[in-house]
Design a protein around this ligand. Sequence first.
Ligand SMILES: *Cc1c(COP(=O)(O)O)cnc(C)c1O
Length: 436
Amino acid sequence: MAASGRTPAEVTELAARFGTPLYLYDGDVLTAQFRGLRDRLDPAIDIYYSLKANPNVSVCGLLHTLGAKAEVSSLTELRTALTARVAPQDILFLGPGKSREEIVECLTQGVRAIICESFGELELIDDVARDLGTTAKVVLRVNPSFTVKGSGLTMGGKPRQFGIDEAQLLADPTLASRFGAVALMGVQAYMGTRILTEETIVENTRRIFDLAERVAAFLGFDLELVDVGGGLGVAYFERERDLDVEVLTETLNPVIAAFAAAHPGTSLAMELGRYLVATCGTYVTRVRFVKESMDERFAVADGGTNHHMAAVGIGSFVKRNFPMRLVNRVSLAENVPWNVTGPLCTPNDTIGKAVALPEDLVPGDLVAVDRSGAYGVTASPVHFLSHGYPAEVLLHGDEALLVRRRDRVEDLLGPQVFHDLSAEVSRPEPASPVSL
Ligand SMILES: *Cc1c(COP(=O)(O)O)cnc(C)c1O
């Protein structure tokens, strides 16, 4: 499992320069990961970057420069993509609980499509579009009747809050005409995340293409866009292996080409988060204290699950460790099991359990967690104990660019309002007889 492209000496220098805890994103690794897929994948399908995986505006910007479009799920993610110079017509907006404000913004900015997840949302989109005197372009997110095994977390083919059940759509022949300010123009389905078998992705794609044809034919609209989801994984743990991009594209491209040939006017989309950004990221912490408790070794570091909840094992009950290593020096000491923990006052703040690290680990050592570019700080309880965001640095060629400074106390305390209630809180009355 390859670590990011930087040498331990470079990582050590960057940790000294920017402080720890720190996220490093290696732009060269990101570029290679994107191009490795893009250059082999049938050009008929566009790659949309799911900002959810890593919403840093410069990471999004670099992916956009490489040719990725954007898929966003909140007002801030939408603004992030626009700030990163993604054109509105290259943005899809998705999410099960969209607000009126978000829909207004989608329509006024002119995003490519809103991916609609419920009948209630369709009504709201129709209402907003009517108010604005426009027509909303809407892609239906379908919860298919089928499920395909092989993802880490199944998102479709089960009772879910996402999308509209295929069976409900196929029982509603007047849907397309009921909402006068909505133009149905596509179908999306997302089957699950962390998929590491090529056949599963090919099978998902084939079935989503069939689903799109079925739904569009039944409801009677033209397929302007089909979004086949994605969910491509990367290996984190022992006995996992990375997708073989050659094998994947050799088997996937004929499926894409066949659909594209049958539907020449239809744009095709694949949404990718984790696959694009996971491998480029390294989370760097510095050991503050080492201690023993009941025969186990603990390295207490300056950052933990508050920045890297995913390291706890991505929802699995069996604790498995992300790839971790000592970076600031070469140790000849034997590797022994260390629990790597953070600054939170909870035993759950353990980013590595019984990780093999040198026996002579000391305060000041740097421990790096590799493959941490996706669902890192963004999916962590970053405000727990009010430590806030760590610094984020994007490495681009010879440059190390600070792309987010670490939170300061003011950043965390600033939005709070102190109401001094001392004058209003009545002092306890001296005990006196109760009179009625
Ligand atoms: C989270 C999500 C993605 C990105 O998933 P990855 O597994 O990170 O690629 C794409 N589409 C939808 C609908 C999602 O919810």
